[in-house]
Design a protein around this ligand. Structure first.
Ligand code: SF4
Length: 254
């Protein structure tokens, strides 16, 4: 079957163990106020019109088997490498992703997901990949709708089921943003959630990306952050979720 990919990045050392190829699948159900990949949100190929550069199509349709063959050829050159599927939201094309994964059995694969998908789709992908990067955002429906456009209840259900009903290793990945997640209320709630998790291998906090707005104009949109993208929050010393945490540097975000 066919799927739409908007970028393939080779040689990443920040998207999982080893040297990796990251495949960015098009389409995302969320509209995070801080999103730095607006070109990944729309599910279909679209023209980008960057200033000073000729317009170009963003999104290429691939056959699942051809994409897997391409990745396998490239993986030959990457020692201990693997493939990370990101986006957008890779599980928005879960049937396509499952077919690609079927051709990649034996390779290390990661799905970097926001978790806002049906429990059936989530479970099917979680059983096929080597690891999940779970991109957790808000922790209550009201603030989740406010900042991402969607409630977080389905996300939290998928997280708890991933933890309790599968053996797939996973890490949480959480944006650390002034006025949103870098706040006492949020971090206390996160501690309570983490107390319910048995298997999370770690929490990667993603710093605010000062380049977040760079691509909006090319998509014909306006970046309108309702937080301070230039703020660089740190984790308070009292924060103790019982899971190893690290705050990534801007260079470690793909
Ligand atoms: S989940 Fe990721 S790709 Fe989707 S809108 Fe949020 S930040 Fe952007």
């Amino acid at each position: 079957m066919e799927g739409t990919v908007f970028d393939i990045s080779e040689g990443s050392i920040h998207d999982g163990p080893g040297m990796r190829i990251t495949v960015f699948l098009k389409g995302c159900p969320l509209r995070c106020n801080w999103c730095h990949s607006p070109e990944g949100q729309h599910p279909e190929t679209e023209m980008l019109v960057p200033s000073g550069v000729p317009p170009y199509p963003c999104g290429k349709v691939w056959q699942a088997e051809k994409l897997a063959d391409y990745l396998k050829k490239r993986l030959r050159f990457l020692e201990n490498g693997g493939v990370t599927f990101s986006g957008g939201e890779p599980l928005m094309q879960s049937k396509f992703l499952l077919e690609v994964l079927q051709f990649l059995i034996g390779y290390h694969t990661i799905a970097d997901t926001c978790g806002f998908v049906s429990s059936e789709e989530f479970a099917a992908v979680a059983q096929k990949v080597s690891m999940i990067f779970f991109g957790l955002k808000l922790l209550d429906d009201e603030s989740s709708v406010r900042w991402t456009g969607r409630p977080c209840s389905p996300v939290l259900q998928n997280l708890l089921r991933l933890d309790r009903e599968t053996a797939t290793p996973y890490r949480l990945r959480i944006p650390l943003l002034a006025g949103i997640t870098a706040e006492t209320d949020y971090l206390k709630k996160l501690e309570r959630l983490c107390a319910q998790l048995q298997r999370a291998e770690g929490i990667d906090f993603l710093p605010s990306n000062p380049e977040a707005g760079a691509k909006y104009a090319a998509c014909g949109r306006v970046f309108a952050p309702e937080y301070d993208p230039s703020a660089t929050p740190v984790l308070p010393t009292w924060f103790s979720p019982g899971i190893p945490c690290r705050l990534l540097s801007p260079g470690e975000i793909s």
